[in-house]
Design a protein around this ligand. Structure first.
Ligand SMILES: [Zn+2]
Length: 446
């Protein structure tokens, strides 16, 4: 292993420095800034939702549309390249028996099986991080800069990558050691208990996310500006959300993207908006986005997603049980992987997981997109800011394709398309035009 390992490490290090020395491409500044409601979207006797939608879409310069389409469609291919590249790495680890050699090394270091598993996980994570780095660098750094979405220079970006690696080492160790303990003790029912343990682990990860994980990378803090918080909290209280806090996060440290989210579960659940939204969004737009996020909160989308994941995880473990038995019977000896209790089986587990979730891409996206559509409709009703919502959709078009085909939307979109979002907003506006008409002058007292 050492010979291969050293040669590969040298190669990758050389590649890293060559890439780091290469200059990042100049940022393309986001172009569209919307503060005006177009004429066709103004309330009138002949208001038409389709015309209003088209008027909003016409505000995006064709060059900006071409750029965001190229960025987003490139993302479709990345799903494929990520899958193929990860598969290749797993096959290299198995067929060159690097996985078996990493296990042998762990066995030489200690006789405790759980510690062998932990050491194997550290070896595995470091090696796959190094092997996966070229694609990670292209995807997370070069490409983001090319499209003007990244704000970090190389070393701060590497710093975040390093932190991510540490989080993966720590969280992964706990999960992997726990799962192997289950597989070793429960040779018949491991796949059921493994599913439950995985779900429990996910719930813990979601719960500690906003409090312990997010602060590793950014500094979330409570939003203090009453001009922004008063209308948001009023909307929250009107919709049964018993909070007095809205959070903001310094996402501009990494990206130009505008966004907001709901994170956590139970006591850690919170709504966060990022500083790009605060800086570039109009008050109406911020309210529209917050209405959407409150939809996720009120409709319990996080607990519902967890139940959905439980189904997916049980299916995955059932498939894994079959897949591991089938492949190990054929190639286990060649790979020098003994059985499913051997940590050297991990690359195979990730290979099978890669295939499973690659095939499931449209299913996972559709589950998310369905919730996002619900949150859109909730948000329109709660915030009553259809123009703000249309403006947000246009801001988000900096990194999302606006008008996909129906199959494209079904397979690749985890949110409704920009077109769909503006159209929903304009239909909603058409049905509530009286909210936007100027009140008639009060008749003079008799
Ligand atoms: Zn959402």
């Amino acid at each position: 292993m050492h010979r291969y390992f050293r040669r590969f490490a040298l190669f990758v290090l050389a590649a890293v420095f060559a890439l780091a020395a290469a200059k990042a491409q100049p940022a393309i500044q986001p172009t569209v800034d919307i503060t005006q409601v177009p004429a066709a979207a103004q309330p009138s006797a002949h208001y038409d939702a389709n015309a209003a939608t088209e008027a909003y879409l016409a505000m995006i310069p064709p060059a900006a549309t071409a750029r965001s389409n190229a960025y987003f469609e490139g993302g479709y291919w990345l799903i494929l390249w990520d899958f193929l590249y990860a598969t290749l790495i797993a096959l290299v680890l198995l067929n060159l028996r690097w996985s078996a050699k990493m296990r042998n090394l762990a066995e030489r270091i200690t006789r405790f099986r759980w510690l062998q598993t932990l050491i194997y996980w550290v070896e595995y994570t470091l090696l796959t991080t190094v092997l996966g780095f070229p694609l990670e660098y292209y995807e997370g750094f070069v490409r983001e800069h090319k499209y003007g979405l990244a704000t970090q220079t190389f070393w701060p970006w590497m710093g975040d990558e390093g932190k991510g690696l540490l989080v993966g080492l720590v969280m992964g160790s706990i999960a992997v050691v726990g799962l192997f303990a289950i597989v070793r003790r429960l040779s018949k029912t491991w796949w059921i208990w493994g599913s439950i343990a995985t779900l429990a682990f996910m719930i813990v990860a979601v719960a500690i996310g906003p409090v312990f994980l997010q602060p590793i990378f950014n500094s979330p803090k409570k939003l203090a500006d009453p001009k922004i918080t008063v209308p948001i909290l009023s909307m929250a209280h009107a919709n049964g959300i018993p909070t007095n806090d809205v959070w903001q996060i310094d996402a501009s440290k990494q990206t130009t993207r505008m966004s907001a989210n709901v994170s956590g579960i139970g006591n850690t659940m919170r709504i966060t908006l990022n500083d790009n939204l605060l800086r570039r969004g109009s008050p109406q737009e911020i309210q529209a986005v917050m209405g959407h996020e409150m939809g996720h909160y009120v409709m319990n989308h996080i607990p519902k997603s967890i139940i959905f994941f439980l189904v997916v995880i049980v299916c995955f473990f059932a498939y894994l049980r079959w897949g591991l038995a089938w492949t190990l019977a054929r190639w286990g000896a060649h790979w020098q992987v003994r059985d499913i209790t051997d940590p050297a089986v991990l690359p195979l587990v990730f290979l099978l997981a890669g295939i499973f979730f690659f095939v499931l891409t449209p299913v996972m996206n559709t589950e998310t997109r369905t919730q996002e559509k619900e949150a859109d409709m909730f948000g329109l009703n709660a915030a009553r800011q259809p123009d703000g919502f249309a403006q947000a959709a246009i801001h988000l078009s900096e990194y999302r394709k606006m008008r996909p085909g129906p199959v494209e939307e079904f397979v690749f979109f985890d949110h409704p398309s920009g077109y769909d979002r503006i159209h929903s907003a304009m239909v909603w506006k058409g049905e509530n035009l009286e909210l936007f008409e100027k009140p008639p002058a009060t008749p003079p007292a008799q």
